[in-house]
Design a protein around this ligand. Structure first.
Ligand code: GLU
Length: 304
């Protein structure tokens, strides 16, 4: 099947699920988003981009940004990253504090909030203007100089920061946080508040499908073995508490965000972004998961 036909088929079938699920409520600025939007974009490793539906509408990428931050931290610090954050799935909600206390302030992985905050702390120590560094990184990877941070969303998150602040202070009490907590929170929320479209996201993740090299800038972003590590973390911890089910039913590394976006990688072949804002009970896009299940069954491919 040709890529455009495949996209049309997936789009048509997954659209039947629009209307189910609920837009994230805990970040007020996200609660107003129209839940019925749906877009899909695919970027193959030759740089061909295919898209359908609302694939050019920028949305709040939220936790998908954790992959950019981790990548920047790995570029700067290499294996030292793993002294401060683990590589195991957590089995608990993404913003849980319980495990952090038990495990002495070392978060299970970089994709739960505590882990992303430690990574944000590493970035804070490595760049003079961390939020600008992440924005520029996203712009380069997506080959789009117009990508912006949504200041409203960042401010809204900052006003409702209590849980993330609690995690950061807890880690500070265990000696696993080096910078001013409030400052790191601002940088973290700014990266979550990046606004990007499905096309931007699919393009920007091309390096994870292409052994660490960005398809658009031709820059080496990560070494090959590091690329495998990031994909492995996405496969085991990228979809909140649904990572196991996602591996079972879809079989690709992926990373989701509460803005309703999900990015997935078919290593050596393509990167894909699906977006539809209404979420299932686990916090993943309802329609997005459906679209990725359809993609996997159509191309009959899994990393397993
Ligand atoms: N900025 C959100 C938070 O820290 C990210 C949530 C997400 O997408 O998982 O709660």
């Amino acid at each position: 099947m040709l890529m455009n036909e495949l996209l049309e088929q997936i789009y048509k079938d997954a659209s039947s699920k629009i209307g189910q699920g609920q837009v994230a409520q805990y970040i007020p600025a996200l609660a107003d988003v129209d839940p019925n939007q749906f877009g899909v974009a695919i970027c193959d490793i030759k740089g061909n981009v295919y898209s359908i539906g609302d694939a050019n509408i920028p949305f709040s990428i939220q936790s998908i940004s954790k992959v950019y931050s981790l990548t920047l931290a790995m570029q700067r610090l290499g294996n030292k990253v793993w002294d401060r954050v683990g590589t195991e799935p957590s089995g608990l909600p993404f913003n849980s504090l319980v495990q952090l206390e038990h495990e002495q302030g070392v978060p299970r992985n970089p994709f739960i909030n505590a882990g992303a905050l430690v990574v944000a702390d590493m970035i804070e120590s490595s760049f003079s203007t961390p939020s600008l560094a992440i924005k520029n990184f996203a712009r380069t990877l997506a080959a789009n100089p117009d990508i912006q941070i949504d200041a409203n969303v960042a401010a809204s998150e900052y006003q409702h920061k209590a849980r993330n602040a609690a995690m950061a202070y807890l880690m500070q009490s265990f000696g696993n946080f080096n910078n001013e907590v409030e400052q790191v929170l601002m940088s973290y929320f700014s990266s979550c508040a990046l606004k990007m479209s499905c096309v931007d996201l699919a393009k920007s993740f091309s390096y994870l499908a292409n052994k660490g090299q960005c398809v658009f800038s031709q820059q080496r972003i990560l070494e090959e073995h590091q690329t495998r590590q990031v994909n492995a973390l996405m496969a085991t911890s990228g979809l909140y508490d649904e990572a196991g089910k996602f591996a079972f039913e879809v079989g690709f590394p992926g990373k989701s965000g509460v803005g309703g976006g999900i990015v997935a990688i078919v290593p050596g072949v393509l990167s894909i972004c699906v977006w539809s804002p209404a979420l299932n009970q686990t916090g993943n896009s309802f329609v997005g998961i459906e679209a990725l299940k359809l993609l996997s069954s159509h191309i009959d491919w899994s990393i397993y």
